[in-house]
Design a protein around this ligand. Structure first.
Ligand SMILES: [Zn+2]
Length: 239
């Protein structure tokens, strides 16, 4: 087993205290998804959308990576083969834990995107409607660099290539409800990978996985990383 693709979702961040993407009543911290997470919402009421993401960006400062983030960073550092961690999460907890081979398919809370010049850049603190682009200087054209509902996730080609080449696909803390991420398991399976999910409850696509481990990511991911690294160290990887 050489190539690993990992997919993480809201469940991993939830164990650090960040609200999950959709609450039990379809709300996200009191807001309907269509009021804060679509391009239409941003056109209609940019102030509300900025306030929502500014609050989430501020909340990031108050949380820490958990044992699942730490274990995945350790795997990244020690795994001798190819590895790609694809996260649906827009927080920076994987980076803060030390993950390097990482891709944010739904964008990042800590980045802005200028609609005037197209540049993307780091952003700390509140953004608001009057934010000034550090690249072109235009004011009021900066949006959170977040992939909203109805927009195309980032780097799908690179993700698809990695899925087709992987030997093991692991999905952690995702509901299996949001496409295209929900379809990754099918691609990996179709291309011959072993598939495993770790989730608090069986996901919607649970039947597509070779194995499901049900429980907290903060407990099950470190156990799984130990198993994988032990097997890698006891059997030399053929390249
Ligand atoms: Zn600009």
């Amino acid at each position: 087993m050489k190539n690993i693709v990992l997919l993480t979702g809201a469940g991993v961040s939830a164990e650090s205290g960040l609200a999950t993407f959709r609450g039990p009543y379809g709300l996200w911290e009191g807001h309907r998804v269509e009021d804060v997470a679509t391009p239409e919402a941003f056109r209609r009421d940019p102030g509300l959308v900025h306030a929502f993401y500014d609050a989430r960006r501020a909340r990031l400062e108050t949380v820490k990576p958990n044992a699942a983030h730490a274990a995945l960073a350790r795997l990244d550092a020690e795994w001798p083969g190819e590895l790609l961690l694809v996260t649906q999460n827009v927080d920076d907890l994987h980076e803060r834990a030390g993950s390097r081979r990482l891709l944010h398919m739904h964008g990042e809370l800590t980045k802005g995107w200028c609609l005037a010049c197209g540049e993307r850049f780091r952003w700390r603190g509140p953004m608001g409607e009057d934010a000034c682009c550090p690249s072109c200087g235009e004011q009021g054209q900066v949006r959170p660099d977040i992939v909203w509902f109805g927009e195309m996730p980032y780097e799908m080609e690179r993700i698809d290539d990695a899925l087709q080449a992987c030997d093991l696909f692991l999905s952690i803390g995702t509901s299996g409800a949001v496409y295209p991420a929900a379809g990754f398991v099918q691609t990996a399976r179709h291309c011959g990978a072993r598939t495993l999910e770790i989730n608090l409850e069986p996901s919607l696509g649970s039947f597509m996985f070779d194995e499901s481990r049900i429980g907290k990511a903060g407990e099950l991911v470190p156990e799984w990383v130990d198993e994988v690294l032990q097997s890698a160290h006891s059997r030399p990887i053929s390249r």
